[in-house]
Design a protein. Structure first.
Length: 160
């Protein structure tokens, strides 16, 4: 008998799990907004909600499920989002941002070049989750990063 892999094939060590109201609708939204591919779906016995689903976004997997009364994990909402950002590195931040907004995400930060070398943008989805898109434009040494950060702080009027 082959040994069981402690981390399943194709998975990474860290896998976010999103708790939602309307997981089936969220799956369709994430397909349109993020280019997600549905890997699996396990409906609840009631046939209305989803106990577990897996989506592939780029080279990563996210799990999601409908909130389940009594499990202690309520879903966020567009009016009360979670204080966590899902960060996606993509080949083209501007295209990813446009795709998400065209699918119904609310822009939170238009695409812009950042001092640490990434081009970034942000959106909020209708289910209470916030997504950042980033494309690395240049690699900086630790010293270059420190200087760029200090210059950024000065430009914002911040003190050390």
């Amino acid at each position: 008998m082959a040994a069981v892999r402690p981390i399943p094939e194709g998975m990474h060590t860290l896998t976010p799990n999103l708790v939602l109201r309307g997981a089936a609708q969220a799956i369709e939204f994430y397909k349109r907004a993020l280019g997600a591919q549905e890997v699996s779906r396990m409906p609840a016995p009631d046939g209305k909600s989803i106990w577990h689903a897996a989506l592939r976004v780029g080279d990563s997997t996210i799990f999601l499920n409908d909130e389940m009364p009594g499990m202690g994990m309520g879903a966020p909402s567009a009016n009360a989002p979670v204080p966590v950002t899902m960060w996606l590195y993509v080949p083209d931040t501007d295209a990813a941002f446009k795709r998400a907004v065209d699918a119904g995400a609310k822009p939170t930060m238009p695409p812009a070049d950042m001092f640490w070398g990434d081009r970034c943008a942000g959106v909020a989805d209708p289910f209470g989750y916030v997504w950042s898109f980033a494309t690395r434009q240049k690699d900086l040494s630790p010293e270059e990063m420190r200087r760029a950060g200090e210059e950024f702080a000065r430009s914002q009027g911040a003190s050390r």
